[in-house]
Design a binder for this molecule. Structure first.
Ligand SMILES: Nc1ccn([C@@H]2O[C@H](COP(=O)(O)OP(=O)(O)OP(=O)(O)O)[C@@H](O)[C@H]2O)c(=O)n1
Ligand SMILES: C[C@](O)(CO)[C@H](O)COP(=O)(O)O
Length: 231
């Protein structure tokens, strides 16, 4: 029996309110280098030949998305099933999208507009065949301090990484991991749900340009990367 080739499908959670950004509109629609942030994020997948379909999860009341995807007919599907948390939005999106069990789902934050087709291709090349999936991540390069004990302590940084997105997993595995998670509050990213099943997703070196735009200061940094000549 010939193996059915796996497809690569993007799922972009874009139903947040951007509370930490404290802007007039949800941060994923703020203008960056002349375009809404989400359009930059979408374009990275639209410019990546490996991506078969892009799904965007927005809130039911979202009235920004129409203008952002007006010229993306066919490649982008809008799912109005955003939830109260990022993980709920992703789980709702997984239940709504069309994919085969072995297709790879690349979950990517709308708030990471610095992603490039080259980074997507790198993740697919290095982790696309891994049954435990994989994600872009950056090694920690600064000394890490913790105040959890009520005082300042230094945490050894060897072996520490900062998770980025896309986080890519077989469709069946990711949906099962999110639905079976014993403590949904403990899941801050998709990989942690898969880790709770005892699997170890592959870490693939990402790039600082793929930062999550979270605080006002991140707008200038993201704009610098989006307008820079350097890849
Ligand atoms: N209920 C939610 C919350 C977040 N997200 C998405 O998940 C991504 C990463 O989340 P985060 O950076 O925390 O975005 P917000 O939740 O909007 O930010 P804040 O926590 O400051 O409100 C964003 O693209 C956001 O739109 C989502 O789809 N649904
Ligand atoms: C998924 C993520 O971007 C990986 O670093 C991060 O966990 C999202 O955190 P947020 O608080 O939902 O922005």
């Amino acid at each position: 029996m010939t193996a059915v080739p796996q497809r690569y499908v993007a799922l972009i959670p874009a139903a947040g309110v951007g509370a930490r950004m404290a802007a007039a509109s949800p941060k994923q629609y703020l203008p960056l280098a002349g375009k809404p942030m989400l359009r930059h994020t979408l374009q990275a997948f639209l410019d990546c030949a490996a991506i078969a379909q892009v799904y965007v999860v927005v809130s039911a009341a979202d009235d920004y998305i129409g203008d952002v995807v007006a010229d993306c007919a066919g490649r982008v599907t809008v799912l109005r099933c955003g939830g109260a948390t990022r993980m709920e939005s992703i789980r709702n999106g997984l239940r709504a999208l069309d994919a085969a069990p072995h297709d790879r789902i690349l979950v990517h934050d709308a708030a990471r507009p610095g992603l490039t087709p080259a980074l997507i291709d790198k993740l697919i090349a290095e982790a696309g065949a891994n049954p435990a999936g994989g994600l872009l991540a950056l090694r920690v390069v600064d000394t890490v301090k913790s105040t959890r004990a009520g005082r300042v302590e230094t945490t050894p940084r060897d072996g520490l990484w900062l998770a980025q997105t896309p986080q890519m997993f077989p469709y069946e595995l990711l949906l099962r991991a999110l639905e079976q998670a014993p403590d949904p509050e403990a899941i801050t990213d998709d990989a942690s749900a898969v880790e709770m099943l005892g699997l170890s997703p592959q870490l693939v070196e990402g790039h600082p340009r793929n930062l999550k735009v979270t605080l006002p200061a991140d707008i200038g940094i993201a704009t610098m990367y989006l307008t820079s000549e350097h890849p």
